[in-house]
Design a protein around this ligand. Sequence first.
Ligand SMILES: NC(=O)c1ccc[n+]([C@@H]2O[C@H](COP(=O)([O-])OP(=O)(O)OC[C@H]3O[C@@H](n4cnc5c(N)ncnc54)[C@H](O)[C@@H]3O)[C@@H](O)[C@H]2O)c1
Ligand SMILES: [Zn+2]
Length: 388
Amino acid sequence: MKVLITGGAGFIGTHTTAALLAAGHEVRILDRLDPQIHGAGSRWPARLPKRAERMLGDVREPSDVARALEGIDAVCHFAAFTGVGQSMYDWASYVATNVGGTACLLEAIVKRGRPLRRFVLASSRAIYGEGAHACAAHGEVHPGPREREALERGDFEARCPSCGRAVKAVPTNEDLGAAPLSLYGHTKAQQEDLCRLAARTFGLPVTILRYFNVYGSGQSLKNPYTGIVSIFYSRLKAGQPIALYERGLPGRDFVHVADVARANVLALESEVPAGTAFNVGSGRELTVRGLAESLAVAAGLPVRFEDRGEFRVGDIRSCFADAARARALLGFRAEVSLEGGLREFALWARGEPSADLYQRSVEELQRHGLLGAAGAAENAKAAAHAHA
Ligand SMILES: NC(=O)c1ccc[n+]([C@@H]2O[C@H](COP(=O)([O-])OP(=O)(O)OC[C@H]3O[C@@H](n4cnc5c(N)ncnc54)[C@H](O)[C@@H]3O)[C@@H](O)[C@H]2O)c1
Ligand SMILES: [Zn+2]
């Protein structure tokens, strides 16, 4: 097949391009080389396979998209803004790129007349908000947003919506309803809605992949807004402490980009019913602190933590994948171990220039009131009292 990858110059796109070429497909990339990801000057990444056709253009621009779709059999739609924290204050650009870009692309596909063999959407675990949890009294539950007041008291637990008990994460399967808690998550849920509408209305053979936390070589070391492994690595390399939000206890599911690229190829080649959604994760839960410790070992760098009881508004407590559907219907199973995957990342990152721009992203969160701290309410009250 001749496959168009939007956002193909990015982290997952580069790996997917290589995997598709290796599987005998042809690849065309449409990418605007966004400076936040590619740096000023916006050059095509050196890692991008030479055999892929490159088109500089924007998914929000109908003429670019129409040109990119010429002669194409299947599409991977990856172009997006991906920072959860950043999305909480940059509303318009996230909606324009993620939702507007998807609408523009789908409209062009509908209008071009010739049917596609497959359309793969890169969605995210962010659409679930909090993942599935188990309550001792109520079985499987889906916790809603945690109250800021509770977080400011240092209570970071997800709680049962019926009885308020603290609950533990269990594997999240694809049938859990969408309940995003960040603007980024909302844009991903809307991308899914638009794709399902195109599937229902025009029979577009859409496959939705919900990636969990993807990591591996090639993840931007210049972008302080996304990619926890890259951000932590830049801190370690700069000899700086890693700030733990929520005491480092939130649970995530880390999946290596080589596995994700393979899932993309399988999704492009599989004939599943239009609109089917799949988790793409390892199926294992790891705390953020545990990840930082494993990364430090893999990188051979000492780790220091800074725990000020801070939290970010829009973050979730825990979510990890139920990987059964992808295994049953796509024949996909994550194969890269965490240790092996982190070694692959560290080996690559060692030779790369990295910029520790983390502080800037923290200052932006602070400026927008999106970085809280346990005890902050008490401190503020005490300060007001002392003042009076
Ligand atoms: N990395 C993860 O952990 C993760 C997890 C879940 C979902 N996803 C999704 O996977 C996809 C790819 O993510 P990634 O990690 O490779 O991100 P990335 O930032 O590395 O790549 C995104 C690419 O899209 C391009 N782009 C941005 N806006 C564009 C526009 N308007 N027109 C054309 N190109 C544009 C950028 O230049 C970049 O090359 C995204 O849709 C993201 O939401 C990623
Ligand atoms: Zn309960």
